[in-house]
Ligand binder design. Structure first.
Ligand code: ACO
Length: 336
């Protein structure tokens, strides 16, 4: 059974409440309709109820009436969330009037529903920028205990017959959020990505901390950062299968791993690749996707206390459907 069928079955077996703040957006509604039809999640749409239903009817979507529809302009409804946002952010100097405005912003209202325990996860970004989707989550939901940095992983589903990864899957991070992570941040990204590999990709993580150097072959402060991050990740999580610094070929190709990093259990066998910066991570996943014909699934945001996932503005209804399935699985795991 393919990965998505497994994830879908898990989502159906323990149904989560997923907020879609872009409730009048046509691709979002198409995905929501299919999710409801398949019993994957309980859907909460944010938007003017008349506009949501008009769009749904125009698209012949017959299940949208089963969703909960929340009107962000219903002052009576949003007041409770304004108060919650005010409490969360008053130390940052915001006023209650600022909080009332934020509680009407669907991206913030969705996160506030999660914060107050009325929803389990959020998927947005079909018409909002990554920065806006992330900022609402950072301010309201915040990070998991022990994690201070949110990052974004991609599952790279490699073409059939590829010798790399496990079951044709590699997990890449950070490809979406932190431009220049420090060594402690890089260590957290490695730990969070190993968890995503186990929880979502269903593989036992073997983490390579990538660099342009393998085991001291080059000297540079960028290499030192990766060496330090590897050491910190091992200290935080001694059970983690991790090694670095490794070049990409040493991480992936058994013969190169053996010659450049003899004795390493990871070299030549890595299935999780942690990149030293967002430049490298973002460029690498796009190259592997385009030139290597891999399917890139993500970004899967990791490190938040509750799952929020960002979509590309070019996404299809199927992309949104799959992101909802991933978000349900993250929510399930976080509750356990
Ligand atoms: N993890 C956790 N919290 C964070 C993070 C993070 N990675 N980054 C910022 N925060 C928190 C801050 O601590 C701050 O919290 P506070 O207000 O409670 O003190 C809050 O978020 C806002 O912090 P700012 O520094 O003001 O964050 P800013 O709004 O400038 O930027 C952003 C955050 C938008 C995520 C920025 O890091 C960014 O633009 N990253 C790149 C995103 C991007 O464009 N990715 C590539 C496209 S995605 C793709 O191709 C798949």
């Amino acid at each position: 059974m393919g990965l998505f069928n497994t994830l879908k079955d898990r989502a159906i077996a323990d149904r989560q409440r997923i907020v879609l703040p872009e409730g009048t957006e046509p691709r979002t509604l198409q995905a929501a309709n299919q999710v409801i039809a398949d019993g994957v999640a309980n859907i909460i749409l944010i938007g003017n109820p008349d506009e949501v239903m008009k769009e749904a009817n125009d698209l012949n979507l017959t299940h949208i009436h089963e969703a909960t529809i929340i009107d962000p302009n219903n002052d009576e409804f949003t007041e409770k969330y304004a108060q919650l946002f005010y409490e969360l952010r008053k130390s940052k100097g915001i006023t209650i009037e600022d909080a009332r405005k934020k509680a009407k912003d669907p991206l913030y209202l969705g996160c506030l529903l999660i914060k107050s325990g009325e929803a389990d996860g959020q998927v947005a970004g079909a018409k909002n920028t990554t920065g806006n989707v992330l900022r609402a989550a950072f301010q309201v939901i915040k990070t998991q205990p022990g994690i201070s940095v949110v990052s974004g992983a991609f599952l790279m589903l490699l073409p059939a017959g590829s010798p790399y990864g496990t079951d044709g899957i590699l997990v890449f991070a950070d490809c979406a959020v932190v431009p220049n992570p420090t060594a402690p941040e890089l260590a957290q990204i490695a730990i969070a990505t190993a968890k995503t590999a186990r929880d979502i990709a269903n593989i036992e993580p073997r983490v390579a901390m990538l660099s342009f150097s393998t085991k001291g072959s080059a000297s540079h402060e960028n290499v030192d950062k990766v060496v330090e991050a590897t050491k910190l990740a091992k200290e935080i999580n001694p059970q983690l299968s991790i090694d670095g610094e490794l070049q990409a070929d040493a991480a992936l190709v058994p013969s190169v791993g053996l010659s450049k990093a003899p004795g390493s259990k990871i070299a030549g066998h890595a299935n999780v690749l942690v990149f030293p910066s967002l430049d490298v991570g973002n460029i690498s996943y796009k190259l592997v996707q385009r030139i290597g014909n891999a399917q890139a699934v993500g970004p899967i945001l990791q490190g938040l206390a509750r799952p929020v996932n960002d979509l590309s503005r070019g996404c299809s209804p199927e992309d949104i459907y799959k992101t909802i399935i991933i978000t349900c699985n993250q929510a399930n795991k976080m509750k356990k």
